[in-house]
Design a protein around this ligand. Structure first.
Ligand code: FAD
Length: 509
């Protein structure tokens, strides 16, 4: 039995749980975060990886959400310059779309609704354009340019968890909350945790709970904590396909399909294009385990309405699917259900709070955390004020990826510059912990894959020791995307090596 009484037990190691853990720990609360699988193993690695206001939400009058998201885009670009980067978008104008003047008004609002922006403003582009219509069929005569940003979603989640740990939070992965009740006599929540690997159970105590279980939010309330709620989530499946790069330039396309939905083509992992997403309401999380043939057809058809060289099913190198846990606002159309978040606080006569999160976006996680702690403030009067908007995330104390890579390339001249760049893009200034004492490639230990996407023993050990990685999947597909750049044989070799390294290192902890 653990004797510690935490101020706040956070259930769920997705972006919202990790973001709240960082914020709360920095305000002086004693925080526990439990994640039943890997950090970001659910919705927070299934996203389209955009830090965006969401142009299309303007049409749904979601002005609050768009304003907050655009303001956050500015904040996040500053606090995580290693993993968040500006992304130019081109919206080709199609005869089935709204008239050009209407699109221009929408883009004007998008440029201004969030206040001052550091990214380039929107404008019209005539096609053909050497860059901005690259890869498109010649049928389109013009397009619209606007700015947004892209993120490594899984790494953003992990960096928040690292920051929380650095501020004193106790972060436990592969640990599931299986039972919890309010103990009024002791004025504590009593929580039973299950270690997924050892099958052992532990009891911990907390003054309050944050239910950041994403798609499991309702299950946690109704079944685990037995605090029934009338609020509900709608599970809306979204799938993506990854294909070889559709054009060589750095911009993304936002394509309006003939059903009025939008589909993105986003430059991804240098060699690839990420295409998504779909919007399909499902009854259970398990129904969204993988992309369906109908979704694949839908995405291919949407893209092939616009591109010059048809994308074929045989071009697909990777797919992923997941569910959005959206707040049920009564809308029947999955694309129109609000993407905004709703926070609900349940308490026992002013004590033992339980705050549950419905909905949300990666983009707004930091503001969601601030709102959550504002709602919890009456229960923790000594809690400090907001602080996360100016403090960089771990590794984010760099000028830019370019400058930091140049400096590292001089320092480690025997290592390939593109490998160093990828390392900086994952770790920022923390890459130094991996490179410390390295003079030649051999010093990196065993390596897998090649070129920029080389995965080395040093980094594997770093992921296990410093970033809670416990399986090959954690490392190949979430801490890095090196798995995408390997063939089957390389993936198998890397997986076996990772499994051995986890066993070796974990037996010493
Ligand atoms: C297809 C798609 C595209 C998207 N695109 C974007 C985008 O481009 N930009 C954007 O801003 N947003 C996007 N989103 C939305 C964004 O991904 C989600 O809003 C966000 O990731 C939700 O994070 P979360 O922490 O609430 O949930 P999750 O990431 O799902 O985390 C919840 C965690 O709780 C854990 N958990 C559940 N029950 C327990 C338990 N009993 N004990 C311990 N742990 C438990 C789960 O294992 C899970 O890891 C997209 C979502 C989808 C699905």
């Amino acid at each position: 039995m653990s004797e510690t009484v935490y101020d706040l037990a956070i259930i769920g190691g997705g972006i919202n749980g990790c973001g709240i853990a960082r914020d709360a720990a920095g305000r002086g609360l004693k925080v526990l975060l439990v994640e039943q699988d890997d950090l970001a193993s659910a919705t927070s690695s299934w996203s389209s990886k955009l830090i965006h206001g969401g142009l299309r939400y303007l049409e749904q009058y979601e002005f609050r959400l768009v304003r907050e998201a655009l303001q956050e885009r500015e904040v996040l670009l500053k606090i995580a310059p290693h993993i968040i980067h500006p992304l130019e978008f081109i919206l080709p104008h199609d005869q089935h779309m709204r008239p050009a003047w209407m699109v221009r008004i929408g883009l004007f609002m998008y440029d201004h609704i969030g206040g001052k922006i550091s990214l380039p403003s929107s404008r019209t582009v005539s096609f053909p354009d050497a860059i901005y219509s690259a890869g498109l069929a010649s049928a389109h005569k013009r397009g619209f340019f606007y700015s947004d940003a892209k993120v490594d979603d899984a790494r953003l989640t992990v960096l928040n968890a690292i920051a929380a740990r650095e501020l004193g939070a106790d972060v436990r992965v592969r640990t599931r909350l299986v039972d919890g009740k309010r103990k009024r006599d002791a004025n504590e929540w009593c929580l039973t945790l299950h270690d997924v690997d050892s099958q052992a159970s532990t009891t911990v105590f907390a003054k309050g709970i944050v239910n950041a279980a994403g798609p499991w939010v309702k299950h946690l309330l109704d079944d685990t904590l037995r605090v029934p709620t009338t609020s509900n989530v709608k599970l809306v499946k979204g799938s993506h396909i990854v294909v070889p790069r559709i054009h060589e330039h750095q911009h993304a396309y936002i394509l309006q399909n003939d059903d009025k939905r939008v589909v993105f083509i986003i430059p991804y992992e240098e060699k690839f294009s990420l295409i998504g997403t779909t919007d399909i309401e499902v009854g259970a999380i398990a129904d969204a385990a993988k992309i369906s043939p109908a979704e694949t057809d839908y995405l291919l058809r949407a893209v092939n309405r616009f591109v010059a060289k048809p994308v074929l099913e045989s071009d697909i190198v990777w797919t992923y699917a997941g569910v959005r846990p959206l707040y049920d606002d009564g809308s029947d159309n999955p694309s129109e259900i609000t993407r905004d978040y709703v926070l609900k606080v349940d308490h026992d006569h002013g004590a033992l709070p339980l705050l549950s999160i419905f909905g949300g976006k990666i983009t707004t996680y930091r503001r969601l955390a601030e709102h959550a702690l504002q709602d919890l403030k009456p229960f923790y009067p000594a809690m400090k004020n907001e602080w996360t908007d100016k403090v960089r995330l771990p590794g984010g104390d760099i000028d830019s990826v370019l400058k930091t890579t140049q400096i590292r390339a001089e320092q480690y001249s025997s290592l390939p510059a593109d490998f160093l760049r990828r390392l900086v893009m994952r770790h920022g200034s923390r890459a130094d912990s991996i490179l410390n004492g390295v003079a030649t490639l051999n010093d990196l230990g065993k390596t897998f894959g090649q070129g920029a996407n080389l995965l080395c023993e040093r980094e594997i050990e770093f992921f296990i020791r410093e970033e809670w990685a416990r399986t090959a999947e954690d490392i190949l597909w979430r801490r890095s995307k090196c798995g995408l750049h390997m063939d089957n044989a390389e993936r198998e070799q890397a997986s076996n090596f990772i499994a051995d390294t986890v066993n070796r290192l974990m037996s010493k902890i």
